[in-house]
Write a protein that binds this ligand. Sequence first.
Ligand code: PMV
Length: 352
Amino acid sequence: MTTQEFLGKENFNIQSTAVSESCPSNIALIKYWGKYKDQIPANPSISYTLNHCKTNTTIEFFANESFSVQTFLSGNEEVNFAEKIEKYFKNIEQYLPWILKGKYIIKTENTFPHSSGIASSASGFGAIAKCLMKLDETFSGKNSEEESLQKASFLARLGSGSACRSLYNGLVVWGESDEVNGSSDLFAVKYADDEIHPIFKDFNDWVLLIHEGVKSVSSTVGHGLMNTNPYAERRFQEARENFVPMKGILKSGDLTGFIKLVEHEALTLHAMMMMSDPAFILMKTGTLEVINKIWDFRRETELPLFFTLDAGANVHLLFPNDGSEEQIKSFIESELLQHTQKNGVVKDVMKF
Ligand code: PMV
């Protein structure tokens, strides 16, 4: 598919209306870090879509008023976010030709702490893209559910790359990979359910809030630094190659292989940051303490508790619901929570 196939319909009929949508966040297992023009990823990625960490968004559209955007996050006006959305709407006009023909009031709230480092841009742009597709159907006519979801994923990507994966539940792939049928750089696709062993279909993601402040480097700047990182090409190639073992692991239920690959991906993401020029480190002391404790715990108990990291200091604790979860949960409560700022943990679970 090409971008041409997402161009908007010439005939539309706008009216004032309001729509609401909800979209979860996601956590990447094979990471996207580095991109080309128009939000084309430098390598394919695969993520789990979360269940509880969501953004709920309402868009009020006032037809035929001059174009402007006002945004509210949990009732508070956010001027910077409104500027970002204005720019985004201008950027996607060819795909939604009615988009600049009215005024918007966008109200949004997250079901998780804003400063938690859980990707609110993924759930946020996912929810906005879903709202926009609802408006598009009202103004330009219905699409099939599949078309609508695919275009929402395409539009979400143009807001924040990783957001395109949040449109589908379960395991989701974005970026062309020879290993995944139908995968594309333009939108995300659901990883086939029958290619996933049951152990990976009921998984916990507990996010330890090690540091609740604003990140020192935004992901936009981080992606940009991959352009001059001497290790970037090797990294992009490695991520592509990692789809080969990942596919086998997911099919066979090889938890040991999964743990090794997922932790390696997380550490590689942060290694890339440290090898950028200028270098930056998003992990904090607590991040490293938790990682070391997880490794000790695994050595001593052989229980499947492991981690991944996003572009931040917080640690995503991953573990299956395979009968070992109660022992793992009590270890987290007694040994790991102390490394968070305010006993902060967001408990999510991926069930599909
Ligand atoms: O979607 P962005 O531009 O915020 O980039 C997110 C990148 C990571 O979260 C670090 C990795 C990923 O694949 O989600």
